[in-house]
Design a protein around this ligand. Structure first.
Ligand SMILES: C[S@@+](CC[C@H](N)C(=O)[O-])C[C@H]1O[C@@H](n2cnc3c(N)ncnc32)[C@H](O)[C@@H]1O
Ligand SMILES: [Zn+2]
Length: 269
């Protein structure tokens, strides 16, 4: 059973079909789409925190076209192999990877949490059987040591919360761009391309975590114009690029590049 806690007083939440509530009478309605909003006003750093609806729509279109399917498949196998029963996908976005984490017919329980309400709304409408939560990675609504696996894909690490919620012997899986991820796309956007540094995340983790495995998932992409536009709309790179460079890429008929991800499998010790 996933031990989800009240964001106000941290006592356990009883999860009913229409409402989740704690013994201190804090209660949170289950929305029509099936998600629960546990994000408190003081946990928001802006009126609509997290990814925008526009970037989420582009992300969904790009992911559903299968361009990053090898990564989704690898995550599915990894979760299976680790044998985790209580899983959280943190910063889950619109749920494409979350939905690959648990074999539906087993006792595996999966939650997806994101600070962006539009992300969780999209996820909950599309994928059933997962606990969808609007919440903050900086203050996770989960009991201490109550999770066997937390996945962190392309999102910020909140180390002290991860250390608190993952059971000893459980795992944290960090997915981040490999040094040459989307190199030719980035060469179109910037004068000089900086190699990503996936290992820097290990330095952030500190005590209580040890690296078990380092995997690389790479696939060639042959993108048509629409896929290229979706990719540009979903990636944070574009905010740093000069607008004329972005416009030139968007107008091009397509692009060949390679997706390359680093997967760090870290054990909570
Ligand atoms: C680059 S997107 C990745 C989404 C998803 N993991 C994927 O790979 O498709 C980063 C996500 O992290 C979420 N996010 C950012 N800050 C967060 C926080 N403090 N707590 C929870 N989610 C957060 C954003 O709203 C966004 O959906
Ligand atoms: Zn409470």
């Amino acid at each position: 059973m996933l031990l989800i806690t009240c964001p106000v007083c941290r006592s356990p939440l009883e999860q009913h079909a229409q409402v989740w509530s704690c013994t201190n009478r804090h209660s949170f309605d289950v929305a029509r789409e099936g998600y629960v909003n546990l994000l408190l006003a003081q946990q928001k750093n802006s009126p609509s925190p997290g990814d925008s609806a526009e970037s989420l729509r582009a992300r969904r279109a790009f992911l559903e076209a299968g361009h990053y399917a090898p990564l989704r498949k690898a995550l599915h196998s990894l979760a299976d192999e680790l044998g985790a029963l209580r899983i959280l996908d943190l910063g889950c976005g619109e749920g494409y990877y979350t939905s690959a984490l648990g074999p539906s017919e087993s006792e595996v329980e999966v939650a997806g949490l994101d600070i962006a309400k539009p992300a969780i709304q999209l996820a909950a409408k599309r994928y059933r059987g997962i606990r969808w939560i609007v919440g903050s990675g900086a203050s996770l609504p989960f009991a201490d040591r109550s999770l066997d696996l937390v996945t962190n894909l392309f999102t910020q690490l909140h180390v002290s919360e991860l250390r608190r919620v993952i059971e000893h012997g459980g795992h944290l899986v960090i997915v981040t761009p490999a040094p040459d991820h989307l190199w030719s796309l980035r060469a179109g956007l910037f004068e000089t391309v900086q190699a990503h540094e996936p290992e820097k995340f290990l330095g952030e983790l500190g005590d209580g975590f040890t690296l078990d495995r380092h995997l690389n998932i790479r696939n060639e992409l042959d993108l048509g114009q629409q896929a290229l536009r979706d990719l540009l709309a979903m990636t944070p790179y574009v905010w740093k690029a000069r607008p004329e460079r972005r416009a030139r890429l968007e107008a091009s008929p397509g692009l060949r590049t390679a997706a390359h991800f680093t997967v760090l499998v870290v054990r909570r010790c």
